[in-house]
Unconditional design. Structure first.
Length: 132
């Protein structure tokens, strides 16, 4: 497995875990039975950081929908390099930082982390189109 695919798998796994904090917050705020009753995030109370964590998770999923195909296309084309491996690792850590600082309510750092992740996506796109 190439480093790029390993980082994609790690990023996918991490994204799959991002729901845990805001659901635990939902249980703490609403109570176990109310949280299990099936009401969506808009259907009841949530702490401010829990609401931000929910939005950060949604943002992570939206961006994974761009990142994953780029990594898979690069892999299918046999593109693997230290630059792409570094971009994939940078994407993973940028998304982790983005989730944490978005949940904590740190807007400037959140935007910088988002930009790093976006730049990593653009490196993959540039490699696929042989611009780099």
């Amino acid at each position: 497995m190439t480093p790029e695919i390993t980082w994609l798998a790690a990023t996918s796994f991490m994204t799959a875990l991002f729901w845990v904090p805001y659901v635990l917050d939902r249980i703490a705020v609403r109570g176990l039975w109310a949280a299990l009753a099936g009401a969506g995030p808009e259907g009841g109370a949530q702490s401010p950081w829990g609401e931000r964590a929910l939005r950060a998770h949604r943002n992570a999923i939206e961006n994974l929908a761009v990142f994953a195909p780029l990594v898979l296309i690069a892999h299918a084309e046999g593109l693997s390099s230290p630059l792409l491996a570094g971009a994939a690792a940078a994407y993973f850590f940028a998304r982790l930082v983005h989730f944490l600082v978005y949940s904590a309510g740190l807007p400037v750092v959140r935007t910088l982390a988002f930009a790093v992740g976006w730049a990593a996506q653009m490196i993959f796109a540039a490699a696929i189109f042989h611009w780099i």
